[in-house]
Design a binder for this molecule. Structure first.
Ligand code: ADP
Length: 268
């Protein structure tokens, strides 16, 4: 029966004996599907009213209004924008959770994508007087889903900018070796206590709730990164020292690498 989902577990015991346990997880799978559908539908329904609210707030803020009113409206606008980011991250995450494989992979112009992300991060980085460097140490690029990779890489870069105090250094690097292609983001920011690292990619997991919400994140960034990488057959590694900084690295298998402007896959 294709509607029934079973999970199998094989346990070895004695001299070559095996115990096969089949667990009926049909209800669990259905519940998870209902949860995902609910989040996707709710986020979708929230999008239109939010767009209307943001539109009106912008129109009001263009008028010459008394200062206390302008201040209140600006705060409403900031919160409404925060909700917009949350809703769009929730939508993206529920789409990613829907499947573990990408259907439409193409060669991605990785170098220009990374240069664009660095450029976009510069505006926020300049406010905090950070120095960002980008090193593209291999000509090879990637096959994948462009929007997803862009979202994963920019989440890592913007986190580095946000969790690094003023005058920090952020290093972005793309390189290739025998194990595949690697993109890493290193910062000399606040760092993370090792006990938090295994849970960082859970939805809404934050090391320091007040600092993280004040920094403007949605709490979904690293969950999105993890799902995007899983769908690309890639892995995330996190190294960090509290007070010294962090390095988030994405490791792509060699079969995902391609020569630029080519449809041929290339072994490194
Ligand atoms: P958020 O929107 O809160 O940034 P993320 O999922 O992107 O959510 O990150 C989860 C948590 O991981 C953050 O709240 C923060 O505590 C921690 N974190 C992420 N990136 C960094 C970094 N570069 N340096 C220090 N802490 C980080």
């Amino acid at each position: 029966n294709p509607d029934i989902r079973l999970q199998y577990q094989v346990t070895k015991f004695g001299e070559g004996d095996r115990l096969l346990v089949a667990r009926d997880i049909t209800r669990l799978v259905r519940l998870e599907q209902t949860r995902q559908d609910f989040v996707a539908n709710a986020s979708h329904e929230l999008r239109t009213p939010l767009t209307v609210i943001c539109g009106y707030l912008e129109t009001f803020l263009d008028q010459d209004l008394p200062r206390p009113l302008t201040r209140a409206l600006s705060q409403m606008q900031a919160q409404a924008r925060r909700m917009e980011s949350l809703v769009s991250d929730l939508l993206m995450l529920s789409r990613l959770e829907g499947s573990n494989h990408i259907a439409d992979e193409h060669p991605v112009a990785l170098h220009s994508m990374l240069m664009q992300i660095e450029h976009d991060a510069q505006a926020l980085a300049q406010e905090k007087q950070h120095q960002i460097s980008l090193e593209l140490d291999s000509e090879l690029e990637l096959v994948g889903q462009e929007l997803e990779l862009h979202s994963a890489f920019s989440n890592l870069v913007f986190n580095a900018v946000r969790y690094t105090p003023d005058n920090g250094h952020i290093r972005l690097r793309w390189w290739v070796d025998a194990r595949g292609g690697h993109f890493s983001v290193s910062d000399d920011g606040i760092g993370i206590d090792p006990i938090h690292i295994p849970r960082l990619t859970e939805r809404f997991y934050r090391v320091d709730e007040s600092r993280s919400s004040a920094s403007g994140g949605t709490g979904l960034g690293l969950a999105i990164v993890k799902h995007v990488l899983v769908r690309h057959g890639a892995q995330l590694s996190i190294e960090s020292q509290p007070g010294e900084g962090s390095t988030f690295s994405c490791h792509f298998p060699p079969e995902m690498l391609v020569m630029p402007d080519s449809r041929d896959r290339a072994a490194p």
